[in-house]
Design a protein around this ligand. Structure first.
Ligand SMILES: Nc1nc2c(ncn2[C@@H]2O[C@H](COP(=O)(O)OP(=O)(O)OP(=O)(O)O)[C@@H](O)[C@H]2O)c(=O)[nH]1
Ligand SMILES: [Mg+2]
Length: 445
């Protein structure tokens, strides 16, 4: 996510750290570099200018010439400016006093509206709400079916019927009231461009259901073009916020950094992958930290808490402490980690991870390979890998479509980890007294 921009900042700050005091000329040079970084990330020119202006003002006010730690101060100033540009605080949903709370989803074709509708429904469920999804995209024949499939995945009912989009939305609202659903999410048809006819349709839907929240779904990959789109939609619909989709791709950051400043509407949610769980409330503060390579530990912890079964994790921790951790437990833990989403995303959130590692192709298939090997073992072998002799290794390799050397490598790694864990279990008093860390925090990375 925003890798190129992160790299740029990393380079700028690295050079800055190597310097002593900063005079005005040096500050100007740093500001020039930051400006180039922003423009290269496709940040809107106006926004970049405002940002640089703000950063300069703060730098001058901070009297960096006298500072002994100018680099840290500049980083803090840039961080705060990015937080501001990204919208300041995160959007808090206020629920309608008379349910349902109505949410209208709008956006260009293929921006990710239908996917985001389902993800948002799941998010509301996690907040203890009972959403109803409405398929009001009657333009594309398969659109309603797509929503139904996604609805099933998140276990949220979907309402639609083959009439007009405006009617479907209105009836969906009645249906939500009848069924006692407290959140209504209306997915609408996409438009290739700002097209008068479809724009008119979504405006009429909006007038009919009077949404509490109108979200524009914006593909983060479209850069600052997204801002023009957002401006037009905002004129017609009066947006409450933006949902940035496809942040997992190599988006440069222009859309994220420009939209609030230009349109005046915050980014409410971010969609960061194709899986339903790859969706999060947008926190400007965390995003700014991520961009500046300071990691995003809070989001990581939330993801871990969401994915990890607490009881299972505690059991595994107890087994680890006793040195009874088996390949079966290992497999179960791996599956929990997989629930957190692509490894690359997880690593991206960790602070202080060297750039090379972030860049390295983290191959989720590696996990799949390990899983295949363990699954080809008998339960007895998983519990006691020492029984796995040469011919069994060959059988496991054949069964999982791997080489014997892959099986050997996995067994060797597992043996080393077990040995280490046993040492912890029997270790000096201080170590044992504290007990093992919950595996949810111990990702082994
Ligand atoms: N990688 C990635 N893909 C996404 C994300 N969100 C959506 N997609 C993909 O983008 C494509 C379009 O998503 P849809 O949700 O169908 O978009 P839409 O806006 O409803 O499209 P229309 O209804 O045709 O206007 C699908 O293939 C999705 O799987 C995301 O956050 N990351
Ligand atoms: Mg759609």
């Amino acid at each position: 996510m925003f890798d190129a921009l992160s790299d740029r900042f990393e380079g700028i700050f690295k050079r800055l750290r190597g310097r002593g005091r900063l005079g005005e000329a040096e500050i100007d040079e740093v500001l020039r570099e930051i400006r180039v970084a922003l423009l290269e990330a496709d940040v809107n020119v106006r926004v970049a200018r405002t940002l640089i202006g703000r950063i300069k003002e703060q730098c001058l006010a901070a009297d960096l010439a006298k500072s002994l730690t100018p680099a840290q101060q500049v980083i803090k100033i840039v961080h705060d400016a990015l937080v501001d540009a990204l919208g300041g605080a995160n959007l808090k949903i206020t629920y309608a006093s008379k349910p349902p709370t109505v949410v209208l989803m709008a956006g260009l074709q293929g921006s990710g509206k239908t996917t985001a509708s389902a993800k948002l429904a799941r998010w509301f469920k996690q907040q203890g709400r009972h959403p109803l999804l409405v398929g009001a995209d009657l333009q594309r024949p398969a659109a309603v079916e797509q929503l139904r499939v996604l609805g099933k995945q998140v276990d949220v009912p979907v309402f639609s019927e083959p009439s007009s989009a405006v009617d479907v939305a209105g009836k969906g609202l009645d249906e939500a009231r009848r069924l006692g659903r407290d959140v209504l999410i209306v997915d609408t048809a996409g438009r290739l461009h700002i097209d008068a006819e479809l724009m008119d349709e979504v405006r009429r839907i909006s007038e009919s259901i009077r949404p509490d929240y109108t979200f524009l779904v914006v593909d983060a990959m479209t850069g600052q073009d997204a801002v023009n789109v957002a401006e037009s939609f905002n004129e017609t619909l009066s947006l409450d916020g933006v949902i940035l989709s496809k942040l997992d791709g190599d988006a440069r950051g222009g859309a994220a950094l420009s939209v609030k400043e230009v349109v005046g509407k915050p980014i409410a949610f971010a969609s960061v992958g194709e899986k339903i769980a790859d969706f999060e409330a947008f926190h400007p503060e965390r995003m700014a930290s991520r961009i500046l390579g300071m990691g995003d530990v809070l989001t990581l912890i939330e993801k871990a808490e969401e994915a990890f079964d607490q009881e299972e994790a505690e059991q595994a921790a107890a087994k680890l402490a006793k040195g009874q951790f088996t390949l079966e437990d290992f497999l179960a833990q791996m599956q929990q980690i997989k629930k957190m989403g692509p490894l690359q995303n997880i690593i991206g959130m960790l602070p202080g991870i060297p750039k090379e590692l972030k860049k390295a192709e983290i191959d989720d298939r590696e996990l799949a390979r390990v899983e295949a090997i363990i699954r080809s073992m008998t339960p007895q072998e998983r519990r006691d890998p020492s029984t796995i002799n040469g011919s069994r290794r060959l059988r496991i390799a054949n069964g999982s479509g791997m080489q014997t050397s892959d099986v050997n490598q996995l067994l060797k790694q597992f043996k080393e980890v077990s040995k280490m864990m046993k040492m912890f279990g029997k270790g000096p008093k201080g170590m044992r007294g504290k007990g093992p860390q919950l595996p949810s925090m111990d990702l082994g990375i």
